[in-house]
Design a protein around this ligand. Structure first.
Ligand SMILES: Nc1ncnc2c1ncn2[C@@H]1O[C@H](COP(=O)(O)OP(=O)(O)OP(=O)(O)O)[C@@H](O)[C@H]1O
Ligand SMILES: [Mg+2]
Length: 502
């Protein structure tokens, strides 16, 4: 149905695709995999007319095509959900859903707001998203915004739907709903191209897997005849070995203590304390209030109640600037709005801690700047053409690496990481784990939120588990199992007496 062959593409003098081939059959779910910067998104953008190919052939239903824009591809039955969200935050959910395709009534072409709102509500609830169509899209979580994008693609009645990391920000329940819908449409003959870094997902839903490495086509496997190790091997071209470093830090004095922190309606009476050189994990299902806790702690949100102590001293962290003054750094889950200025170069992003701080940021000599840039970029293996490349032209995962580099660069004493490895490939994940471990060893206190249980268990010395805005328990390293964390994350009661007092 779709057949791409011999695709070449260069940006400037950097070749990012070399003779790549890719095909999709009706009713097939085909995974496209590869490390950050391998060329997945670029291949999709070439298929759908966003980028122009330098060489190669694209056939759709046996006809050669060269779409000039995504609208043309859509008319041919190819819809795409891009990695970067295209939600306009000031518009409502319904306005975003109907953007460019507004329903009108009568000759005058009045907007049929009522019908648009009704239909939007219907589609959203089918996808398990129960928000009012009139809600401002910007007030939704990243995951919820993603669902609007998914809904838009599904609504086009396409024969082929391309999803570039659709689940990166979805809750487990949202992912289940999405998979049900994908399978339903697959039965009707709709094909899917599915890009994701989550191996389990790939093997649970995809029929075939194509792997790219550094812009080269590596191969295509049936998922029933392959396994995770083989795919990783194809992606990175080598054995990865153990994912998680051995925990080498030995936590010192209590560094940060949170007592009775409350921000309604998100969470209530959250208490925990973290020691110097400790990696403290916060687990829980999405929507449990984890991000809100750290955002309030950091001063992005105003707390209702509660006290925060640093080195035993009561502090008032009213704003991110204040937190940074106390050497607290935070990498938030939504890197686009809070982590990275996409129009700036990589170098300038590294020099930037916060929007408010641009004017007052410390001046760093450009030589020092470059040396540090080199170290961090090398350590995190960021695929770039140089320090002056604009952040927005980096691949999604490489943007995340820059955000992490930026905060390490600031040398914080406390580092808060909200889903640090989301959208990051397996090799870089391992690098990030190692860096976290090294920082902890140097005495940095780390608080990490992650939805990936193996990551939480592999890295944390203790884990707080949240459910519906409450800290249900704090587990010691020796107690960490996936079952136990899930038990509390689903609202289970305390197991055993000795944990009753957390
Ligand atoms: N507009 C652009 N200008 C310059 N370089 C670009 C542009 N778009 C992409 N690139 C480069 O092309 C390479 C491939 O990027 P691409 O976004 O296709 O990777 P990807 O496989 O989707 O990675 P990820 O998993 O991180 O999303 C990267 O090195 C990236 O920096
Ligand atoms: Mg991509």
């Amino acid at each position: 149905m779709i057949e791409m062959s011999g695709i070449d593409k260069s940006f400037g003098n950097v070749q990012v695709l070399k003779e790549v081939q890719f095909s999709i059959q009706p009713g097939e779910i085909h995974a496209l995999m590869g490390e950050n910067g391998a060329g997945k998104s670029t291949l999709i953008k070439i298929l759908t007319g966003i980028h122009k190919k330098d060489a190669g052939q694209i056939k759709v239903n046996d006809h050669e095509v060269a779409y000039k824009n995504p609208q043309e591809a859509e008319q041919d039955g190819i819809a795409v959900i891009h990695q970067e969200l295209n939600i306009l935050p000031e518009l409502s959910v319904a306005e975003n859903f109907y953007l460019g395709k507004e329903l009108t009534v009568g000759k005058a072409g009045w907007l049929n707001t009522k019908e648009m709102n009704r239909r939007t509500a219907e589609v959203m609830s089918h996808l398990g998203l129960n928000v009012k169509p009139t809600t401002r899209a910007g007030s939704l979580s990243v995951g919820q915004q993603q669902i609007i994008e998914i809904a838009k693609a599904l609504e086009t009645n396409a024969d082929c739907i391309i999803m570039d990391e659709p689940t990166a920000a979805l809750t487990d329940r949202e992912i289940d709903t999405l998979f049900e819908i994908i399978r339903e449409l697959q039965q009707q003959g709709v094909a899917f191209v599915y890009i994701s870094h989550r191996m389990e997902e790939i093997f649970s839903i995809c029929d075939r897997i194509t792997v790219l490495r550094d812009g080269n086509y590596v191969g295509t496997k049936k998922s029933s005849e392959s396994n995770i190790d083989e795919i990783i091997q194809m992606m990175v071209g080598r054995e990865l070995g153990d994912q998680f470093p051995e925990l080498t830090s030995s936590p010192g004095e209590e560094k940060l203590t949170v007592k009775g922190l409350t921000k309604r309606p998100f969470f209530e009476d959250v208490s925990f304390s973290v020691r110097e050189g400790e990696i403290f994990g916060i687990a829980g299902l999405m929507g449990a209030g984890r991000s809100e806790v750290v955002e309030t702690l950091f001063g992005y949100r105003k707390k209702d109640e509660g006290d925060i102590y640093l080195d035993g001293q009561l502090v008032n962290l009213k704003s991110p600037t204040e937190s940074m003054y106390h050497k607290i750094g935070m990498i938030s889950e939504d890197r686009k709005t809070k982590g990275l200025i996409v129009d700036f170069s990589i170098k300038d992003n590294l020099n930037l801690t916060n929007l408010d701080e641009i004017s007052t940021s410390t001046w760093i000599s450009s030589q020092k700047e470059l040396a540090l840039y080199e170290t961090l970029i090398k350590k995190l293996d960021v695929k770039t053409s140089g320090p002056n490349q604009a952040a927005k032209s980096l691949s999604g995962g490489n943007q995340q690496k820059v955000v992490i580099a930026k905060w390490i660069y600031q040398q914080p004493k406390i580092l808060i990481l909200d889903e640090p490895t989301r959208g990051v490939d397996v090799g870089a994940k391992k690098e990030i784990y190692q860096i976290m471990n090294e920082l902890a060893k140097e005495g940095v206190t780390i608080i990490m939120i992650s939805s990936e249980l193996p990551e939480v268990i592999g890295l944390s010395s203790r884990v707080g588990v949240m459910f519906e805005g409450k800290m249900m328990t704090i587990l010691e390293r020796s107690e960490l199992t996936e079952e136990r964390i899930m038990h509390y994350a689903m609202g289970g009661e305390t197991i055993g007496k000795q944990q009753a007092n957390v």
